[in-house]
Design a protein around this ligand. Structure first.
Ligand SMILES: NC(=O)c1ccc[n+]([C@@H]2O[C@H](COP(=O)([O-])OP(=O)(O)OC[C@H]3O[C@@H](n4cnc5c(N)ncnc54)[C@H](OP(=O)(O)O)[C@@H]3O)[C@@H](O)[C@H]2O)c1
Length: 342
């Protein structure tokens, strides 16, 4: 190749290279610059993150919405998590590995993955997110990204509550409050998968859903007192707190356990009744997500989707989540591969 031609090629190569590197640096994201109502959610340009050692850059296809998202937005977690503004919300993701940092050995570019990213860092309401390798698993093969993004946080919470904390055994009797909610609908299915006898509560409109999920005794909390139906319970999963938690003590058998997701249960009360009680804080865990993916692919577990909205409609998603009466999960669609290909 003559020097001149080489120089021309280098020159013309340099133009798209420069253009693409500028593009590389930004992405669309939903960020907050201060705490507040849904109006603080801004759909805007943000810097595209780079994976460091042990980290993976994911092209986000979909982000699940959880109550923790609006709790962070309103500032409820500010004394626990050292967030900095501007902050990207959303700690449920399904997407494709775009780039791997040094030392990453279990994932490669193009892998389809899902995760709960570390909630102290930027979340998944964005085109890209950086996640630690240990927080990742291959997504279930049988689920499209939209449905896969509904799984990690809620399913892992149910898993860690029932199996790690309460040590649920086959044949035990479980009461799951809000069995049609994000965590509850996974907890019902996982408890049935384990061979438990399941009581679950929901309002009238969600009674059919409870039965479809496999609940043995569905309780309409608007018509019945749950303690009139559920007795001699081994494990209560408290997703509500307050009066619901207070009334739950009476349904437990001696030696049973109460796991709350929302409010520390009284140690004195637990001791007095001879039961165990714990507040659970879900932890990111790629290995457990890999187990959950296997159960989903064997048709024993499935997410229920209440609503799919585009990323730009995160405000609407928060309003719906905050209503406290969605069933299953809300998911934000971030990147549609079929649209991009056509
Ligand atoms: N500690 C942790 O690590 C952790 C992890 C995940 C979630 N959480 C917390 O756990 C709670 C539940 O989370 P989620 O994602 O399941 O929420 P969610 O999907 O918003 O829950 C909505 C469900 O709650 C039901 N519900 C409302 N009031 C009820 C009542 N009095 N009795 C029974 N069911 C009732 C609704 O059913 P109806 O419409 O039929 O009333 C609805 O299906 C949230 O506060 C969340 O922040 C904590």
């Amino acid at each position: 190749m003559s020097r001149t031609i080489e120089a021309i090629i280098k020159h013309t190569d340099a133009i798209p290279e420069k253009h693409s590197s500028a593009k590389y640096q930004t992405m669309k994201a939903i960020r907050i610059h201060n705490y507040g109502g849904p109006e603080v959610l801004q759909y805007e340009d943000a810097p595209r993150p780079k994976p460091q050692a042990g980290e993976v850059l994911i092209r986000v296809h979909a982000a699940g919405v959880n109550p923790i998202d609006w709790k962070v937005r309103e500032g409820h977690m500010k004394d626990f998590w050292p967030h900095k503004f501007p902050l990207i919300l959303g700690w449920d993701v399904s997407g494709t590995v775009e780039e791997v940092g040094p030392g990453v050995s279990r994932f490669k570019i193009g892998d389809e993955v899902y995760s709960i990213p570390d909630p102290t860092r930027n979340g998944a309401y964005a085109d890209y997110i950086v996640v630690r390798e240990s927080e990742l698993a291959l997504k279930p093969n049988s689920l499209h990204h939209i449905r896969a993004a509904a799984v990690p946080l809620a399913a892992l919470t149910a898993w860690q509550s029932l199996f790690d904390t309460a040590q649920l055994q086959p044949g035990q009797r479980v009461l799951i409050h809000a069995g049609g909610g994000g965590v509850g609908h996974f907890a019902v299915q996982l408890a049935k998968w384990k061979g438990a006898y399941v009581f679950a509560t929901a309002s009238t409109k969600n009674q059919d859903l409870l039965r479809e999920l496999g609940v043995d005794q569905a309780i309409d909390y608007t018509q019945q007192r749950f303690e009139d139906v559920a007795r001699n319970i081994d494990i209560v999963l408290d997703t509500i707190g307050g009066e619901t938690q207070e009334r739950s003590w009476s349904v437990l058998k001696k030696g049973g356990g109460l796991v709350s997701l929302v409010q520390p249960p009284s140690e004195e009360k637990a001791e007095e009744l001879g039961v165990r009680a714990a507040l659970l804080g879900v932890q990111p865990n790629g290995a457990q997500l890999a187990e959950i993916a296997k159960i989903i692919d064997s048709d024993k577990l499935a997410p229920i989707i209440d609503r799919i909205l585009p990323l730009s409609e995160a405000r609407r998603a928060h309003e719906l989540s905050q209503s406290g009466h969605t069933h299953g999960k809300i998911v934000l669609r971030v990147f549609d591969q079929t649209e991009r290909k056509s």
